[in-house]
Write a protein that binds this ligand. Structure first.
Ligand code: SAM
Length: 343
């Protein structure tokens, strides 16, 4: 049997993938990228001093990050310093406008422990939350994400950062000029809603989310509090009255729920929507053979409930509740979008 260098490399890359992920997570957790924003950079000793770590292991981490294209080495006389590459500067520095820092911390603290029990998850067909965190999981949001203020902020930070990075493409996917009012169901920190108001200056958006979330929303956009284009309303979208709007947005909501719960929510929406109302769904759509994209299929592995669906599956669910004229926009980043209209 002969070697096939390409397929061998592919397998080796997959074997090493977790080491690269964890190096990125550890560096983000230690806020290494926040230290390396200046052109002169810092030496390994200086970084170690600031993150209170051993010098040799810090140097190993920094060198690994250089090999991954996240840091660059710069030489000043005889001293080697490290600084961020452009992509680290843009996406990994925690204060950057397009920072993924919050999402990366969520991956490290929440998703990684779940993935270490993947074989059990497959064998048992059940969430590994209890194995990973020592507690039973009855309600995903209440038990996993909102059981303490610290966890709640971590989850909200994760949603905030990913919505800021992906929201603009979703908000500008369709001509929404016929809609004047929108309601972003499960709109969390309002990051997606603000992207919609930026893309559509005539639109006002109500962010509707659980009370535990809404009470913290002012942590995220203190500077926007005076804006009357985005308002916040607390409630449970399965139980409480939903605000009236011309357009309902469901961004990264439906994949968390079974078909039964999705039908329940869509039937509530269908009941309050007048003909001509819009429903905009943002998710990563599986391709029709359910063979990609990997990002959606890998994410599904750590989900305890819910499922990833293709654009056709979503369209059929919408159709059942009298939402038709479906239009689909595939975005090559994290979120695709689908718009349909109440008959
Ligand atoms: N839409 C945001 C985005 O795209 O970044 C956040 C998506 S996050 C995966 C799901 C959101 O749905 C959370 O903010 C959560 O609090 C909210 N949520 C979950 N169950 C809810 C319910 N029963 N009623 C209202 N909001 C709910």
């Amino acid at each position: 049997l002969h070697h096939s260098p390409d397929s061998l490399h592919r397998i080796i890359d997959l074997m090493d993938g977790f080491k690269a992920s964890k190096s990125l997570f550890a560096a983000s957790k230690l806020k290494v990228f926040d230290l390396l924003t200046s052109a002169e950079g810092l030496s390994a000793e200086e970084v170690a001093g600031k993150i209170v770590a051993a010098v040799e292991s810090t140097e190993r981490l920094l060198d690994a990050l250089v090999s991954l294209g996240l840091l660059k080495k710069v030489k000043h006389k005889d001293i080697i310093a490290y600084r961020n590459t452009e992509q680290a500067q843009r996406y990994l520095v925690s204060s950057s406008e397009l920072s993924l820092h919050g999402y990366i911390i969520h991956c490290n603290d929440h998703v990684w422990p779940l993935f270490t029990h993947l074989e059990h998850a497959v064998q048992e067909g059940a969430s590994q939350y209890e194995r990973a965190f020592g507690k039973r999981l009855d309600d995903l949001f209440q038990d996993a994400y909102y059981e303490s203020k610290e966890r709640k902020l971590r989850f909200m930070n994760a949603m905030h950062s990913i919505a800021k990075v992906t929201g603009r493409d979703v908000a500008s996917a369709f001509d929404l000029s016929r809609f004047k009012t929108a309601c972003d169901l499960g709109g969390c920190t309002g990051a997606m809603a603000y992207e919609f108001t930026k893309a559509h200056p005539g639109l006002t958006v109500t962010v509707f989310d659980l009370p535990a979330v809404i009470e913290m929303s002012s942590h995220f956009y203190p500077e926007q509090q005076d804006s009357n284009q985005v308002t916040f309303l607390a409630g449970d979208f399965f139980k409480d009255d939903l605000p009236k709007a011309d357009l309902y947005i469901l961004a990264r909501i439906l994949h968390d729920w079974s078909d039964e719960k999705v039908n329940e929510l869509l039937s509530r929406l269908s009941a309050i929507c007048s003909p001509g109302c819009g429903l905009l769904v943002a998710e990563i759509f599986l391709d029709e053979e359910r063979s990609g994209p990997s990002r959606a299929l890998l994410q599904a592995l750590s989900m305890s409930v819910g499922k990833q669906r293709s654009a056709t599956e979503y369209s059929l669910l919408m159709k059942k509740h009298h939402f038709s004229q479906t239009r689909i926009k595939h975005n090559s980043n994290f979120l695709d979008a689908l718009l349909c209209i109440k008959e």
